[in-house]
Structures are given as C-alpha cells and as structure tokens.
Design a protein around this ligand. Structure first.
Ligand SMILES: *[C@@H]1O[C@H](CO)[C@@H](O)[C@H](O)[C@H]1NC(C)=O
Ligand SMILES: *[C@@H]1O[C@H](CO)[C@@H](O)[C@H](O)[C@H]1NC(C)=O
Ligand SMILES: *[C@@H]1O[C@H](CO)[C@@H](O)[C@H](O)[C@H]1NC(C)=O
Ligand SMILES: *[C@@H]1O[C@H](CO)[C@@H](O)[C@H](O)[C@H]1NC(C)=O
Ligand SMILES: *[C@@H]1O[C@H](CO)[C@@H](O)[C@H](O)[C@H]1NC(C)=O
Ligand SMILES: *[C@@H]1O[C@H](CO)[C@@H](O)[C@H](O)[C@H]1NC(C)=O
Ligand SMILES: *[C@@H]1O[C@H](CO)[C@@H](O)[C@H](O)[C@H]1NC(C)=O
Length: 672
C-alpha cells in the first residue's frame, strides 16, 4: 500500500504533520480516479450557508454595527437596569429612571443627568469594549426630555489620554415634558491610534433650566455594509460575503428558544422603529437590544443574495419548559403571521405592516424550520411532546397555508425522530476530527425521504480524552479544519439529500464569549478581525458549488484521500479532495470522461502549519493557512496529476466545460 497510516503516540493528535519522505521508500503509486460523465444526481445547490452568530452572541457588539452599549437601558426580570458602559463627564450625576412619561412603552427606562459643576457636563459611553474611531462618517441620534437652550456636543475621544478626535455641536430643540430626537453626523479629524475610545454627549450646565435632563436611545453608527441605516459592520460582512453563502439560517439557535416560555425570540417585537423594540432577555447572560431584528436579517439575505431558512418558535424554551397542546394555537398563528409578514401581499394584515416599514415587495421564503434543537433542551419530556404533537401541529398548519414551503424539523434522522415526509431534519454535529472522518459514510444511507439540513457543524474537541462535557478547544485548528473538509465532502457527495451545511457559530467577540470555536473572531478594533482556519476551508469549498454530482471510479478506498466530483452551474468540472492522517503526500491522477488531453484546470491547495494544532491568532494576525493555486494541463491520456500533502484540502476546477456529446472522451486505464 502506498499510504502509510502512522500510529500516533499522543492520544490527542488529530493527525500528523507533513512528513518528509525518505529516499529509500518506494515511490508511492498514485490514486487513480475516473470521474464519469453521467450517473450522478442534481444537488439542492444550496450547500454552503451561514447561520447567525447564535451561540453566546446576539449581534450586539458583533455584526450589528451599533457602537453604543446599553443604548436604551433595556432591562428584563433576568437582567435589571444598569449604568453599564456609561461614565460621567465632569462630575455629572447619572441615574437610570422610569419616568411617568417614558420615551415609549417599549423603552420605559432613561438616563437622568444632573449637571456637574463644570461649564460643560454630560456622559460618555465606553462602547463594546472600546470603539473604532477613524476619519469616516458616523451617524448618531439621541432623545432628550427637559428644557435646555444651547448646544449639545457629541464627541469621540481617547479613554486613555482624553484627546478628542472629532466633535460636532448640535443645536438643542429640547423642551420640557417632551421627548425630542436629535440627529447628527460626525466626521473625526484624525484616526485614533487604538480602540480605547469613548463617545460623549455634553451640554452647558447653565442651560439646563430644570436642573436635569433625561436622555434615551443614544445611538452611533459608523458606515455600515451597503450603507444600510441600522446596518451591519462592514469588515465582518465583507468576510462573510467572501464565503459566497447560499443560505442563511435565522434568527439563530438558542436565541430563538429563549430562556423561558415567556422570553422567546418574539419576531413581532424585533421589527419597526428602534424606539418600539423592547429587546429581550438574551440566552447568553446579557440583555439583547434586538436592534438586529427580523427585517435586518432579511436585508442581510438580500445584500448577500442568500436564501433564508426561517426558524419559528415552536413552544420550547431552553429551561426545558414547553407549551401544552391546548395552548399551542396562538404560537402557531404567530409563526404563520411571521411568514405572512415576510411574504404576504400588501393586502394582507402583516404584509401591510411590512410595507409600512419600507418593504412593500414581499420576500420569498422557501424553508421554515420548526424550532431549534428540540432533542437537546427538550429532553426528555418536551422532546416527546415535539414528536407527539408540537411538530405535527406546526407542519399541518404550514402545509395548509404555505404548501410550497419546505418544512424542516429541528432534530435530524440521527436524533431518533422519525421525521414525517416531506419534512427535512436538521443535524448539528459538534465533533472531534476522527469522528467526522469515521462517519464519512453517514449520509450515504439517507433515502430520498430523509432530506437533511446541517444547520450547524464544527470540530470542537481534539481527538482523545477530552469529552463533550469538557472545555472546547480554544480556537479552530488546522487538523480540525481538515476533518471539517472531509465532513463537507461526505455531505456534498449526497447533496441531493443534504440541503446544505453551515459552520456554527459564526462570530466571537474576543471580549465576551462563551464558546471559543467560531468561524471568525473580532473586537472593536477591526485590525483584530480574524478569519479562522475553518473559514479558509469553507471559503474554498463554497466558492466552487457542485450542481450535479458525478460517480467516480477507482480501485482505491477512501482514506486518507477523500473526494467528491461533479459539474458546476457553468458546466465546468469540479473535484474536491482532502487528505487526513497521512504521513506521505498522496499522488492523485484524475481523469474526467468528459475532458480530454491538454484541457486545463485550476488547482487550489490549502495546507496548514507544521503543528496540526496551529490556528489563526487574532493577536498576531498570522494566517497559518497557505493557499497555492496552479494551472495544470491534462496529459496525453487526459490525466490531471498532482500531489496532495498530508492534512491538505484541495479543489480542482476545469477551465472549460465538460463536453461529451453523448460519448466518453476518455477510456479508463483498466479498460484499455
Ligand atoms: C488517525 O490515526 C490515528 C493513529 O493511527 C488513529 O487512532 C485514528 O483512528 C485515525 N483516524 C482516522 C479517522 O482514521
Ligand atoms: C474607560 O475608562 C473608564 C474609567 O477610567 C473605565 O472604567 C473603562 O473601562 C474604560 N473603557 C475602556 C473601553 O477602556
Ligand atoms: C485598550 O483596549 C484594548 C482592547 O480592548 C485592551 O486590550 C487594552 O488593555 C486597552 N488598553 C488600556 C491601556 O486600557
Ligand atoms: C453559551 O452557549 C452554550 C451553548 O448553547 C451554552 O451551553 C452555554 O451555557 C452558554 N453560556 C452562557 C454563559 O450563557
Ligand atoms: C408578539 O407576539 C406574541 C405572540 O403572539 C404576543 O404574545 C406578544 O404580545 C406580541 N407582542 C406585541 C408587542 O404585540
Ligand atoms: C428515512 O426514510 C425512510 C423512507 O425512505 C423512512 O422509512 C425512515 O423512517 C426515514 N428515517 C427517519 C428517521 O425519519
Ligand atoms: C445518485 O443517487 C442514486 C440514488 O440515491 C445513488 O445510487 C447514486 O450513488 C447517486 N450518485 C452519486 C454520484 O452520488
């Protein structure tokens, strides 16, 4: 056998570093692969998606570009009001108050500011662990109540040196007993050297006639992706756009469920003007603004041309409580209303509401998921109710009103639920590298009635002793990313029955997170934005979508080389491969029945660092993933020959289209 499986001494090594081949070893024989011209299957063509940052992040301090933390003093039973992130400027006395005349029913709390002794006083916000200040246009707004004549000054300054980078005066229109919105733009005169900055609003002590002023909904946005008001962070969106995702599972996982059956993600409370959004008790130990709400998720789909997979609340909360059969009706109605809000004509009740929010044109929704992970938080009792009636009641209601929608159950066929056809399931493997590789044939056993979405996946623990209950690995690592590639290949080989796959979670704020393994990491300073090793693997595969799989003939077994082949939308041929656990490079000889000698192909190979635990470190910004792209030419026998190192991931795509004209162009070696 040309390939050496090396025994690993350390129990935790996921795979091995690239080995140097010794001179005495016999020249390894190539793996011969022949991609057939027909006999494959049309794929769902969605394959590579994204999901919301989900675990332990709600968008606040993440992809949602708002710079002000605790901007509206939102609170719930779980998270009481606080002055978190607010500082007094020049001795002002700050207090959160519930006034008899609040800004809105949704935002009952506000900031009361008693001026200090200085000429100018006010307050400052420290942002989400700082703020990025550059010479660019910031768009801000705040509401004030109280008689004040004079100017407000909005400014951005260093929290370390006090240096002001930019400020703007805003003439007061503030009056007693009314909430008056003040809007402004601010372009700093210079870039701040770091992100330890604050945003302040100050006013003339003398001008505050009633002694104090009340403020609420204090907001500041940098430029956003595609300049959307209330939009998303540019650098993170650009990094996601590079993945060319085809679908988006929204609004996330745990966040949909909520902590209790009273505090689930109520879609209807995430729409409309920000002053009418109460926020919610987040499931990750903090209050969530819901500034990133249902409409913003759909605009995100529009901006990246993604198909939405809309998850609706199905009566289960993370504490394991659930809604009984008798009480489920209104929640099913709420889910149907949500789809009417998104897709109904302007004549419908909820379609009209959507139009009033600036979106007269209905969106298209072809996929709806009923709940999130009912097999997990719901076990044992609530999961039984999902299998017995909750899923079915939702499925029946949707089938009746929206028969074209593909319904997805929150468990998969691998979570001991028989999923009623034609619904699909949702599989969430968070595994060790070896487990991904050992399960390579898992999807081969799916029948056409076992449609499966992979709504979340990631390699989270190294091989060996550490169990699921233990700590996650601190970062996505190269050996793990290669195993993810093999997992994706195993799914893509069956992409007529696997709807698509999305890595999860997407983003981790380096200052507040509960889940270390994420596709990207970030902080206030965009220089810290990091594309993980897994991002690089995802991007390579998702930029080459297979529309029709094709059978591959070979006399070699899978392992250490794993692969899938097919044709693209354009008609070119695509081959994806990955090598795991091999000390030797694997030589590949790849023929396509529908290509011929001198045909050209682009081969992209990703390799990692010598240490399979190497990762992309936000603090050093060293990318350990090496990408090499070459153009190769088929030889006289129509063979593309190349070598893949141990722990590598590759894609070959032909320059020209597969052309058979009903006849094979290539004759396999064993048939000569
Ligand atoms: C990788 O190699 C190690 C050591 O031989 C072995 O324990 C492990 O099962 C291998 N993994 C796979 C998926 O082949
Ligand atoms: C800014 O300074 C204040 C007071 O010195 C401190 O409490 C706060 O953590 C600082 N914020 C940041 C983002 O450094
Ligand atoms: C500045 O902010 C960064 C990032 O939040 C932090 O790591 C650093 O400690 C801060 N520096 C000071 C002097 O506060
Ligand atoms: C973060 O999310 C994980 C996975 O859902 C959950 O187990 C954990 O409790 C969360 N952590 C916190 C602090 O909320
Ligand atoms: C949102 O919908 C839920 C479920 O129908 C309902 O309980 C709640 O009162 C609604 N919120 C508002 C503000 O109407
Ligand atoms: C998978 O599909 C088959 C029909 O082809 C069905 O009998 C089986 O119950 C499905 N499995 C699950 C777990 O739903
Ligand atoms: C296409 O689907 C059929 C039926 O499920 C299966 O037998 C065949 O292996 C599939 N072809 C490929 C290339 O996956």
């Amino acid at each position: 056998m040309r390939l050496l499986q090396l025994a690993v001494a350390s129990a935790v090594a996921p795979a091995l570093a690239l080995a140097t081949s010794s001179c005495s070893a016999p020249e390894p024989e190539p793996v011969n692969l022949l991609v057939r011209g027909s006999g494959g299957n049309k794929t769902t063509h969605m394959m590579y998606g994204i999901m919301h940052e989900d675990i332990n992040n709600s968008g606040d301090g993440g992809i949602y570009a708002e710079l002000i933390q605790n901007r509206a003093f939102q609170a719930t039973e779980q998270y009481p009001v606080s002055l978190d992130s607010w500082l007094s400027v020049n001795g002002a006395k700050l207090a959160v108050k519930q006034l008899t005349k609040p800004l809105s029913a949704a935002l009952p709390n506000s900031l009361n500011v008693v001026p200090g002794s200085g000429k100018k006083t006010g307050f400052a916000n420290t942002g989400f662990w700082g703020m990025d200040v550059k010479v660019q246009k910031y768009t801000g707004s705040f509401y004030v109540k109280g008689a004040y004549s004079g100017q407000f000054t909005a400014s951005l300054q260093s929290n370390l040196t006090g240096e002001t980078f930019g400020s703007v005066d805003i003439k007061s229109r503030s009056v007693a007993n009314e909430w008056v919105q003040h809007e402004f733009t601010l372009v700093p005169k210079k870039n701040a050297p770091n992100s330890n900055n604050t945003f302040a609003i100050t006013f003339d002590t003398a001008g505050a006639k009633q002694g104090s002023l009340d403020f609420n909904l204090i907001s500041l946005f940098p430029p956003t992706y595609k300049n959307r008001p209330n939009g998303l962070r540019v650098d993170l969106m650009e990094a996601i756009a590079e993945l060319k995702p085809t679908f988006f599972r929204l609004p996330g996982g745990n966040m949909l469920e909520g902590l209790t059956t009273k505090t689930w993600w109520k879609w209807n409370e995430t729409i409309g003007p920000l002053k009418d959004r109460p926020g919610m008790a987040g499931v990750w130990n903090y209050q969530v603004t819901t500034g990133l709400g249902l409409v913003e998720y759909m605009e995100w789909c529009d901006d990246l041309n993604m198909e939405p997979i809309v998850a609706v609340w199905d009566g289960l909360a993370l504490d394991g409580n659930y809604i009984s059969k008798e009480d489920l009706g209104p929640y099913i109605q709420s889910a149907l209303d949500e789809i009417e809000f998104l897709t109904g004509s302007v004549e419908t009740k909820w379609g009209k509401v959507r139009a009033s929010l600036g979106h007269p044109k209905p969106w298209k929704v072809n996929y709806v998921e009923i709940g999130n992970e009912d097999w997990l938080a719901g076990r044992p009792t609530a999961y039984e109710t999902y299998k017995q009636y909750r899923f079915k009641m939702f499925q029946d209601a949707f089938t009746k009103k929206y028969p074209h929608i593909q319904i997805i159950a929150s468990p998969s066929v691998f979570d001991d639920m028989v999923i009623p056809v034609p619904a699909a399931g949702d599989y969430h493997p968070y595994l060790r590298p070896d487990e991904f590789v050992e399960n390579f044939n898992k999807f081969d056993h799916l029948t056409k009635d076992n449609l499966t979405l992979i709504g979340e996946y990631a390699a989270v623990h190294p091989n060996g002793g550490i169990d699921w209950a233990g700590n996650l690995h601190p970062w996505p690592w190269w050996g793990g990313a290669v195993s993810e590639a093999i997992f994706l290949i195993s799914a893509e080989r069956n992409s007529d029955r696997v709807i698509g796959a999305t890595y999860a979670p997407g983003l981790r704020n380096l200052n507040r997170w509960q889940w270390s393994i994420t596709l990207m990491q970030h902080a206030a300073d965009p220089a810290l934005t990091t594309k993980s090793v897994s991002w690089h693997v995802s991007r390579l595969f998702s930029n080459h979508i297979i529309r029709e799989t094709l059978p591959v003939s070979t006399d070699a077994n899978f392992g250490p080389l794993y692969y899938v082949a097919g044709t693209s939308e354009k008609g070119t041929s695509i081959w994806k491969g990955a090598v795991y656990n091999s000390t030797e490079p694997v030589d590949v000889s790849l023929q396509f029945e529908c290509h011929q000698k001198n045909d050209k192909a682009t081969l992209t190979v990703l390799t990692g660092p010598t240490d399979p635990y190497g990762y992309n470190d936000p603090w050093t910004q060293v990318n350990v993933v090496k990408e090499k792209t070459t153009t190769i030419k088929a030889d006289d026998k129509g063979k593309f020959s190349f070598s893949l190192p141990g722990l590598s991931v590759a894609v070959l795509e032909t320059e020209g289209k597969a052309k058979c004209k009903g006849k094979r162009r290539i004759v396999a070696d064993d048939e000569e």
